[in-house]
Design a protein around this ligand. Structure first.
Ligand SMILES: Cc1cc2nc3c(=O)[nH]c(=O)nc-3n(C[C@H](O)[C@H](O)[C@H](O)COP(=O)(O)O)c2cc1C
Length: 204
């Protein structure tokens, strides 16, 4: 039986570089009519990195700021969950989340997910996603990689996660960082069963 496209996404962001990839993922996911809701979780370190990369200050109007419209209305589909709240909806397998993406995923968060350390909501939600055999996509970003990172990627993949490194493609000749990040977001969404009509397709 074909798997229906996910309607209820969990999106987490952590303290790895690449906040622009999160911005384009949230923009594309929230404007996709097939997606009904997005539970969004940001680690404290993600805020530190977003301060550098998106000029973000604190958690006030967080989603609008990430989406690039700091004064704008909050997105109706995106609900912010606190990383400290291990009682949030996505902490339980009984909550009907369809899939989870961590973008960007730090090697610290990768390590916790790969080793079942579920102390905060991001790792707990990832742990639940794996135990319920739902899609979990980890957009890991670090370079170079040490053996611990590589072992943890293997462990997470072995447990059912997709390691989707934050490595964009170049063969479609992106004209800007935004275009590069947008195409990457489209690839992740297609992987989850949400292909985007505007995405670049290699024709050989
Ligand atoms: C500007 C900046 C860039 C960083 N880039 C990365 C990175 O690309 N990958 C990574 O794994 N950690 C990176 N770090 C370090 C993580 O933020 C740090 O290990 C943190 O504890 C991760 O916490 P988290 O996994 O709870 O979000 C960066 C930190 C800063 C301040």
């Amino acid at each position: 039986m074909p798997i229906p496209p996910p309607k209820n996404l969990t999106v987490a962001t952590t303290g790895a570089s690449g906040a622009i990839f999160l911005r384009h993922f949230l923009l594309a996911a929230s404007s996709d009519k097939r997606v009904e809701s997005v539970n969004f979780i940001a680690s404290d370190s993600a805020l530190r990195v977003m301060a550098e990369e998106l000029d973000l200050r604190g958690r006030s109007n967080l989603v609008a700021h990430i989406l690039g419209s700091p004064g704008g209305p909050p997105s109706q589909k995106i609900k912010v969950q606190s990383n400290a709240d291990i009682g949030a909806n996505v902490a339980s397998g009984s909550y009907p989340a369809d899939a989870m993406v961590v973008i960007p995923c730090s090697v610290g968060t990768l390590a916790r997910i790969a080793n079942g350390v579920a102390a905060q909501l991001i790792e707990r939600a990832a742990d639940v996603t794996l135990k319920e055999k739902r899609p979990l996509v980890l957009c890991v970003r670090e370079t170079p990689l040490n053996k611990i990172h590589i072992r943890n990627m293997f462990r997470a993949a072995d447990a059912g996660a997709t390691i989707f490194p934050l490595i964009p493609a170049f063969y479609y000749r992106p004209a800007s960082l935004d275009e590069m990040a947008r195409e990457f977001a489209y690839r992740v969404l297609a992987h989850l069963g949400l292909p985007q009509p505007q995405a670049f397709h290699w024709k050989g």
